[in-house]
Design a protein around this ligand. Sequence first.
Ligand code: HEC
Length: 204
Amino acid sequence: MKSRGLLLPLCVLALGPLLASCNSSGTERDFERMVNQAHFEYYEETSFFEDRRVMRDPPPGTVPHDRRLGPPEVLHGTASGKFVEAIPVPLSRPMLDDGRKRFEVLCAPCHGVGGDGVSVVAHNMELRKPSNLVAAPVLEYPAGRIYQAIAQGYGLMPSYGQDLGVEARWSIVAYVRALQLRTNGVAVDALPEPVRVRMQKELR
Ligand code: HEC
């Protein structure tokens, strides 16, 4: 039994190279050209460059393709090592709409559509419940801390740094702020003039 079991793999081993080196038209094809071409290994020496090093320094001023350049308060939500209080990018209606769409797809499954931490996932997440985003303490968080939770993740919450660019992250922070205002109310005096006038007219 044992020797018969070995026979087939042995045949395949013996025939394998023969089969791989030819195809039906009889011409040979090398599918590993990139791997098999002449190449250097790291740290090898070469006479091609004057300093004989194979590994070259990147040209001066080169930055990694995934490193974003910009002010740290926008990129990281921090300034001088502290979270920024206010959202450091201009707010607009389209940005809020974008934040809402993203929040409802990415965050609501855990934090609830209203941000209050009520969701099926939350109900079943026994170890650590997704935070209520519209009540203390998150309500008092500086904008930068919410941004960082999105960019880097927090405790059991996964990071969304890979999925969301800087603008998209701030749009979600802005929408979380809108949800907080909706839940906790806004002082009439704090409303922008046109909105206040309209509200007072319509409520009269
Ligand atoms: C898989 C479920 C899940 C998803 C999706 C999720 N969160 Fe969370 N989030 C959590 C949990 C759980 C915690 C509490 C983590 C802990 O305390 O260990 C949390 C905590 C937070 C906190 C509080 C962080 C702090 O410093 O206290 C914020 C803010 C937050 N999430 C925002 C978001 C936003 C915005 C999104 C969407 C981009 C999101 N979360 C998506 C599960 C999730």
